[in-house]
Design a binder for this molecule. Structure first.
Ligand SMILES: Cc1ncc(COP(=O)(O)O)c(C=O)c1O
Length: 379
């Protein structure tokens, strides 16, 4: 029998639950406990100028944010920061567009394809279409290579949590350029197996700590010309990035780094336990159901935690063994999810956020456990 003891107090309300977006509210409870240590006071006369650091090529990057980013990567060991330009963006969404703009405008006169292996993060398609409509270079999203291309590698991948390498571009291939999106390469989601060291690496504050509303992301970029073009894009797009958000992010990242040394308050430990617990419950429901499926992830040695661990991705890539339109089936049970087709996959898969508040997650499990699927043949 599925263990639903923890869910008994939850009345199965009639409301629709939205697990389509990856809104990371799961971590609110942790930050509530941290209390005023992350509070930032900003006076009316503070942070008024457009400029943060005129000596930096990315002149709108607050120096204390740059320092906090480097310190955090050093503490976690997930990415190399030395000899790189840090470009701050309004979320990594803006940076991804900036990187596509930079690489495509440095690619000469030919049209450039943007490729990502399916299943992929569906927003890339919209982002790429947007860059194409404002840029002079033709940029189109594809699932396979045709001519010069920019490859998006998301690892761990959104939506299916797998670890990814390049598929179409080889490292020695100077025609091809790669953007590595490491939104989820943090110890609560996946073992930190190496210090990543690629040309363009994107990170987002949203998925590390759950502060998506601050809209802060950063890129670690090796090549000066690429970094310059990215900065150019952000200037045209938004003349920099909110200083209030940068200062708040710097403060929270510093507290986060300090907690890495603490047994009781270690954020990554907390996040890891929470995600592990949620995945175990979900796997329990899926096992009982006999109609759903989930990917399996190998264990690996995590240098951050100093032990062998599993992966607990931020999204569940839920499949069904039946010929069913799963997104509609879930909708019938008042659960919103992202259709597999939007991620370049099929109707039998959906992406479900694992980062909702606890009560919402438990309602999801209960609804999933009660679901009877209707085969599309019968519809
Ligand atoms: C792989 C990936 N990259 C980027 C983003 C966007 O992050 P941000 O909130 O920084 O724009 C997300 C958000 O879901 C994501 O899943």
């Amino acid at each position: 029998m599925v263990k639903l003891e923890n869910m008994k107090n939850i009345s199965l309300s009639d409301s629709v639950i939205n697990l389509d977006h990856g809104d990371p509210t799961a971590y609110e409870e942790y930050w509530r406990k941290i209390g005023d240590r992350c509070t930032v006071t900003i006076r009316g006369c503070d942070l008024m100028s457009y400029f943060s650091d005129v000596n930096n090529m990315c002149w709108f990057l607050e120096p204390e944010l740059a320092e906090a980013i480097k310190e955090l990567h050093d503490a976690v060991g997930n990415a190399a920061t030395e000899d790189r330009y840090i470009v701050v963006g309004t979320g990594s969404t803006q940076l991804c567009q900036a990187a596509v703009h930079a690489l495509s405008s440095l690619a000469g006169t030919q049209p450039v394809s943007v490729v990502a292996a399916a299943p992929y993060y569906s927003t890339y398609v919209e982002e790429t279409t947007y860059v194409r409509s404002v840029g002079r270079r033709r940029v189109g999203f594809r699932q396979e290579r045709k001519g010069p291309c920019i490859e998006l590698v998301t690892s761990p991948n959104n939506p299916d949590g797998t670890l990814r390498e390049t598929v179409v571009n080889r490292p020695d291939d100077d025609e091809g350029k790669v953007i590595h999106d490491f939104a989820y390469y943090w110890p609560h989601y996946t073992p930190i197996t190496r210090r990543q060291d690629h040309d363009i690496m994107l990170f987002t504050f949203s998925k590390i700590t759950g502060h998506a509303g601050s809209r802060i992301g950063w890129a670690l970029v090796k090549d000066k010309e690429v970094a310059k073009k990215m900065v150019e894009y952000i200037i045209v797009n938004s003349i920099g990035v909110s200083k209030e958000s940068q200062i708040r992010t710097a403060k929270i990242l510093k507290v986060l780094k300090e907690t890495c040394k603490s047994e009781a308050e270690n954020f990554f430990e907390y996040g890891h336990e929470m995600m592990k617990n949620r995945w175990e419950k979900l796997r329990g429901v899926v096992k009982e159901s006999d109609v759903f499926s989930l990917p399996k992830y190998p264990e690996a040695y995590c240098y951050f935690f100093g032990k062998t661990l599993g992966s607990y991705p931020a999204f569940a890539w839920l499949g069904t063994k039946e010929e069913t339109d799963l997104v509609n089936e879930l909708r019938r049970h008042k659960v919103m999810s992202r259709a597999g087709e939007r991620c370049g996959s099929d109707k039998k898969h959906v992406r479900v956020s694992m980062l909702s508040r606890e009560d919402v997650f438990n309602v999801f499990l209960e609804r999933l456990a009660n679901m009877k699927l209707i085969k599309s043949i019968d519809l």
